[in-house]
Structure formats: C-alpha cells, structure tokens
Design a protein around this ligand. Sequence first.
Ligand code: ZN
Length: 436
Amino acid sequence: MGEQRRPNVILLVIDTLREDHAGGLEALRDLGFVKYENAIAPAPWTLPSHVSMVTGLYPSQHGVHEVYGVYAGAMMELSRRRMSKLNRGIMGELMKEGYSAYVISANPLISAAYGFGGVTEGLMADDACRRHKECKDYERLTTTLSRHEGYLLGAALELIRDGEVRLLLSGLRMLTRLRLGRLAGRLGLHDPTMEKGSLAILDFLRGRPFTEPFLMLINIMEAHGPYTVKDTDLRLTTRAFLEAVFFNRLDEEVVNLNRQSYPRHAAYAARRALEIIHALRGYLDRSLVIVTSDHGELLGDGGIYHGYFLKDGLLRVPLWVRWPSWARPVKQEGAFVSLAQVPSIVRAAINGETSSLGSDVVLAESFGPQVRPESFYREGELPREAIKRAFSHRVRVYTRRGSATYNVDSDDFEEVSGDVQELTKVVRDVASGLAR
Ligand SMILES: [Zn+2]
C-alpha cells in the first residue's frame, strides 16, 4: 500500500465506440496513456453499463437493467432509486471525501433523472446547442415546451409573457440552425448527424477552472446513431432492431447504411475525445484519466445496433488509462478487464497501490430489448415464444479458455467457443453466483 494522494479522476466515455473502430485513440499513447487490451463492457447498452462503471457491480447485482414491461419512464425511476441506494458508487464515495463532481453528458440517460445527479455542476449537452450556455437555455426551453405538449406558439407566448425574450431568441436561433442543418443535409452539403453535443462540452471545459480534486464523468455521443439523414427517422432503425431481436431478421438496407457510415462517425468521435483531453491538459498530471466506451455497435455482425445482443462487436471496448504523474502505470496481468473494475482502478490510483489490472473471468449481461415491442407490433403479431426468448437473462462469459453465452432462464448454452467442458463449469458457477 503506497501513500494516499488525491488525483482528479476523469472518466471519458465515448458512447457506442467499438474496440475495432477505435484506432483514432492510438494518439493517446503520445500523451502518456497506457492501452489495456480485452476490455469488456458489462452490458450492451448505456444505462446498465454506466451504472456498472460507477458502482463496480454487474447489472444483475446493481439491478438497473431492462425488464419486460418496464420501459423509459419506469426505468428512469428504477435507475434513480438504485443509484441512490448504492450512494452513486464511486461518485458518492469521492464526494464524501471532499471531491467536487461534474457530470458532463450528451446522453440523456447519464443525467440527474437517472441517478447521476447531486453533483457540483452538470451539463446536459445536445446537438441543438453549440455553446454550454445555450445548452442551459435548451434545457429550460424543452421543459417549457413539454408543459405545452410540444406546441411551439404556446411555449413562445409563455416566454414573452414572463419577459424571457432572450431565452426565446436563443431558442429560435437553435431551431433555425437545426432546420438549416437538416436542409443542408438533404441537399448533401453537410452531415447534420455528425455533431451530437461535443462542441458544447468543449466550450464548457475550456471556459473555466474546476475545483480540485474533482471527479469528472464525460459522455460524448458522436459514435452513436443516427448515422445518416435517412436514419434520423427512428422508426426505421427501431423497427430494424426489433425485427432482429424477435425474428432474427436483418434489415439489409439499415445494415448497409450503418456499415458505410459508422466508421466515419467512430473516427470523428475519437477526434473529439482527443480534443477533450487536450482541453483538460492543464489537469492531466494530477489526474487519473480513463478513456473508454460503454458498449460498441453491431453492424450486421450477429445483430444490429446495441442494447440486446451479447456479441464481441458490442462488448469489446477500447480502454486507455493515464496514471497520475506520481504513480507507476499498473500492468495488465489478467486476460480481461471489465468496466465494472473502474472503481477499483480509481482506488488503485488514490491509494498508490501497484496491484495489477485484469481478471481471468469477466462477464456481460442482457435481459431483453429496452424498447417497448408493443409500440411496433400489433396484438398477436409477436409469438409468445419470441417474447419469452427475447426477455431472457443472458450472461456472456469471457475466460482465458474461451467465451460462452448462456441463457440463465432456459439453462441453454447459446454460443460456446473454446474449451467447452471447462467453460460449461465456469459459466454455471458464475451464473449461480449472480443475484436472480
Ligand atoms: Zn451508450
């Protein structure tokens, strides 16, 4: 056990960045980062994966995961409750130890509504806003709009009545820019799906000093869909996703769209991540910096999109760590690193421990698609058997001997590669150790 220091902790999550499309991050090496191989996301979608990253627990242990019949709103409530019960993991722990905390996110799931609140300062970024103050306006505007059920004129009249003319003008500017961007997109002059909030995040980071020591959780969305003007129509993509989940049918058009566009978006996201690291360069030597992703994206390889399938394209994520200047970089001894180990990486940096990183066995879990199937299928269109199969608790286990996907509910091995006998035993052990 070494001397205790208080490094800042910066966790930069590049949402939806596949490990095999993260080559742009190699530039981190020149900035003193160490690359860790075989990093595995604990879940194939944002919310459970982030909760694992801050609490150090797998989804079935922290309980924030998809459930049949529980979708958006109820999921929000569930996540907030579980996060509060777990004292927001490493976030709460470090705040109790006198850290400031910042959550700077372009993903609506990583927000106070889902239990990532109670911080020193937060920023909800969006593709509608370019500067961080604009994002604060945007938040107030969307609240006003929702009070008027999306009726623009009603919301505008309320703002005028309340003397909020500046806010109204700011809203009109954002709306005009969005519309012009989409028009330019349709004319093929500009890709309006590229920028998803990073500019506002950079503006926030460059504009001011932060109170040290701090914990900073940043989420950027540039590698996340939509990838083209065409798939800004979410019905197209959600439908394609559900067809893959329930009927094992891959929509060729959407698959091709993604295969052609995703690499560009992933590269763009990596560039934005590097800009963010540069914006924080004044802090780097006093910080533990972790750059990773919460999950990848399937491009027709074993499914489509993220949120359900337990495939390498979704679960293998990049992991780069920059240790504080006084700490020796920790070596990777185990074959795999789970993102559920993030809190122990943070503890290792704070306590100056030189323990190694990695495990012989790591896992990922899925419980079903987090999209309400009834909103796309009519009564009877979905066979009960398909629903039951989709909403199963599955565990994918990675070991030095291979990997396997196990359906806990039906006690089926759905995919095994490697030493079958050994894996069967390990997987059953792991599954029986998980909360049911
Ligand atoms: Zn995500």
